[in-house]
Design a protein around this ligand. Structure first.
Ligand SMILES: [Zn+2]
Length: 89
């Protein structure tokens, strides 16, 4: 799942190597549904809040520079929704 196609245009994507030490809000390895579109959110990498987008049993991790309350707010503040509306098919 390196550089999955769905990840195009997402903001602040963290590469697989850098996201390796990610933990969930309990300080544990983040869990996700390997068959579905959900899992722990947010996650933390060296104390930095990050959001994961889960899809098709994979995920991408995005650094949150805004300390958002949820993924929707992160998309909104990072300008992602504009990109999404404009270029996703
Ligand atoms: Zn990296």
């Amino acid at each position: 799942m390196d550089d999955p196609d769905f990840a195009k245009n997402y903001p602040n994507i963290i590469c697989r190597k850098c996201e390796a030490p990610a933990v969930n809000s309990n300080g544990e390895t983040p869990q996700f549904d390997s068959m579905g579109d959900f899992g722990d959110n947010p996650v933390y990498i060296d104390g930095a809040k990050c959001w994961r987008r889960y899809k098709f049993g994979g995920f991408i991790t995005m650094r949150d520079d805004f300390n958002c309350e949820n993924l929707d707010e992160f998309y909104d503040r990072s300008g992602f929704m504009k990109i999404y509306m404009g270029s996703f098919k």
